[in-house]
Design a protein around this ligand. Sequence first.
Ligand code: FES
Length: 82
Amino acid sequence: MISFTFNGVELKGQSGQSVSAALLVNKERINRYARFSGAPRGLFCGIGVCFDCMLIINGQPNLRGCLTEIQPGMIVEVQNDH
Ligand code: FES
């Protein structure tokens, strides 16, 4: 198991999981808020095509959670484009 934080809260993930999958297992479904509508977005395609899973990871925005493997100590934050 791996510890990481999401919006300042410590969560657990499993080695080899994507960030978005680890969030989903922890019942966190919102990865970002859409730029114009402000609608919540999360894991949708799961293969890097839709960009609905963009997050801020270790301070870097616009990273796709479905393509990023969770790492110990990773700091993950919801991305608010609205
Ligand atoms: S869920 Fe579609 S790009 Fe990540």
